[in-house]
Design a protein around this ligand. Structure first.
Ligand code: GLN
Length: 546
């Protein structure tokens, strides 16, 4: 068994500077040296998982194969490292406290007084080591959410300090900082980084490396300054300028020799780096020619004067991978579904898109606009992919406009619906009646059987698949015969045939109309784009007129 090594990635100065991508990229360069790498995400909030937070608060909820509702950074790890991350690799303050309290109730502390320190950091350490063991990782990257200096993440930093004290040769800390260039000053400023490093010092942690995020490369002069004031060597300061393409970041880090420097500090040996498949991927991205105009019809999430796009990050990345593989440059547009609700004249603008996606969602806002967009895509033969709510709304659209069921809807928005084409699963109704909201949806991986001769069977190249779910409502089987007789193809079902998982329209009727109850976007990886996204993009490509 290998000796486990741990790298803590801690943010300084401000949030949102790409700590998750930095963590994933560090993992990537170590993995490219032949090491087994895994990653752990710590979120300092009290919520036990991300499932109960609204998108404005949290962005995307990323669903793991074992059904955990986690942070989008877990998605970054899966995509960069091409591994499945599990429930054990994600923790929040709520999750940690809950297990300490449960253990106390079970007398597992043998009568001791259970205290915030050391018992909370000890539980954090137990969880980190458990994740490393389960994944049999040589190196475990631990991303600590939040920014140093916040009250919230202090116990997680305490865990990092304790691990370093007990295993000085096996633990490293990386400070991901930000260096602003104030427009009126015109010079890159190091003081916020110096302050962040001092705050980290006051938590008992000396950073081994400082990753300097900025809109440009950091120069020698500033490296010297940071080295002097933050107590690191100049070569331990890594430049991390903004890039249009996050997938170039591992190679950028490597230009500074980061993997070798990390291995030396951890006293690890590994083979020379091989990033060739990743380099080919980047070359492919850079040699795309035509532009594929893709519309995502969703609801906007605004925070103050800003619009959040993180909410659908896995969908966006999946579209990009498929487009790049097909040699086209994806141009992704946000289409606010509210705009079409009661404004049917506007909908004609959808004609300009090569393909359309209606992603997952909850609640009533914007749904009539989404249904109108789906109808437009169906009638005007625009390639369409519906995801989760997108599949439910596509079923409703078909029921209304092809089967003449004007009152068709989902009981999510009208419990007394005249035609509940989408309805709640009975065990879900029971959970809601007991106010059991957290971690109770249909979550994680489920098998699905594909109909022989269907579009999806051709795209997947097999007849049984496993995909990830996150929803409470389902296609109502009372309407299945009616919709199928009218031409809707149920091309994927649960193995017992009780749950409709995929619908499609035959290719002689529509170039590409596929919608899934599951979320294929969680399984798409840079070098293995998801077949359904490829299907959409290839159909979209046929609409590009040169
Ligand atoms: N709101 C729908 C449901 O709960 C769809 C969920 C989703 O799109 N993730 O079933």
């Amino acid at each position: 068994m290998s000796k486990r090594k741990y790298i803590f990635v801690i943010g300084g100065v401000m949030s949102g500077v790409g700590k998750g991508i930095a963590s994933a990229s560090i993992g990537k360069i170590l993995q490219a040296r032949g090491l087994a790498v895994t990653a752990v995400k710590i979120d300092p909030y009290i919520n036990v998982d991300a499932g109960t937070m609204n998108p404005i608060e949290h962005g995307e909820v990323y669903v793991t194969s074992d059904g955990d509702e986690t942070d989008q950074d877990i998605g970054n790890y899966e995509r960069f490292l091409n591994i499945d991350i599990h429930r054990d690799n994600y923790m929040t303050t709520g999750r940690v406290y809950r297990s300490v309290i449960e253990k106390e109730r079970n007398l597992e502390y043998e009568g001791k007084c259970v205290e915030v320190v050391p018992h909370i950091p000890m539980e954090v350490i137990r969880r980190i080591k458990n994740a490393a063991d389960k994944d049999d990782a040589d190196v475990t990257i631990i991303e600590v959410g939040g920014t140093v200096g916040e009250y919230q993440n202090i116990l997680f930093l305490e865990a990092a300090r304790m691990m370093k004290l007990n295993h000085p040769e096996d633990v490293l800390s990386v400070l991901v900082s930000y260096l602003p260039v104030p427009s009126k000053i015109g010079e890159m400023k190091t003081k916020p980084t110096q302050t962040a490093a001092k705050m980290l010092n006051s938590a008992g942690i000396q950073p081994d490396f400082i990753l300097c995020r900025a809109d440009q490369e950091i120069d020698d002069l500033r490296k010297e300054k940071i080295a002097m004031f933050c107590n690191v060597r100049k070569e331990e300061i890594i430049s991390a300028p903004d890039t249009d393409l996050v997938y170039e970041i591992p190679a950028n880090f490597e230009r500074d020799g980061l993997s070798e420097k990390i291995l030396k500090k951890l006293n690890l040996e590994a083979r020379a780096i091989d990033l060739s498949d990743w380099d080919n991927f980047i070359q492919k991205i850079k040699s795309t020619k035509d532009t594929l105009k893709i519309g995502i019809v969703g609801k906007y999430f605004e925070t103050g004067d800003f619009v959040l796009s993180d909410v659908y990050i896995s969908v966006i990345e999946s579209l990009k991978y498929a487009a790049w593989q097909s040699g086209v440059d994806p141009e992704i547009h946000w289409i606010n579904s509210d705009a079409y609700d009661g404004h049917s004249e506007k909908i004609d603008e959808l004609r300009d898109y090569h393909c359309l996606v209606v992603p997952g969602g909850f609640g009533s806002r914007g749904i009539e606009g989404k249904i109108a967009a789906i109808q437009y895509a169906r009638e005007n033969k625009i390639p369409f992919l519906g995801l989760c709510y997108g599949m439910q709304l596509a079923s409703i659209e078909f029921a209304r406009h092809i089967c003449g069921l004007g009152g068709a809807t989902t009981t999510e928005i009208r419990p007394e619906a005249e035609h509940p084409v989408i309805h709640i699963m009975s065990e879900q109704a029971e959970k809601l009646s007991k106010k059991q909201y957290g971690n109770t949806m249909r979550l994680g991986s489920y098998p699905c059987i594909l109909k022989s001769g269907s579009i999806v069977e051709r795209l997947y190249g097999k007849s049984e698949i496993v995909e990830r779910h996150r929803h409470r409502y389902e296609f109502n089987n009372d309407y299945r015969d009616l919709l199928e007789e009218a031409g809707l193809v149920v091309s994927g079902t649960s193995p017992d045939d009780q749950l409709v998982e995929i619908i499609e329209l035959p290719e002689d009727i529509h170039p590409f109309f596929v919608a899934t109850q599951f979320h294929p976007e969680f399984k798409s990886r840079p070098l293995q784009p998801h077949p359904l996204f490829i299907g959409l993009v290839e159909a979209g490509q046929k609409r590009i007129i040169n």
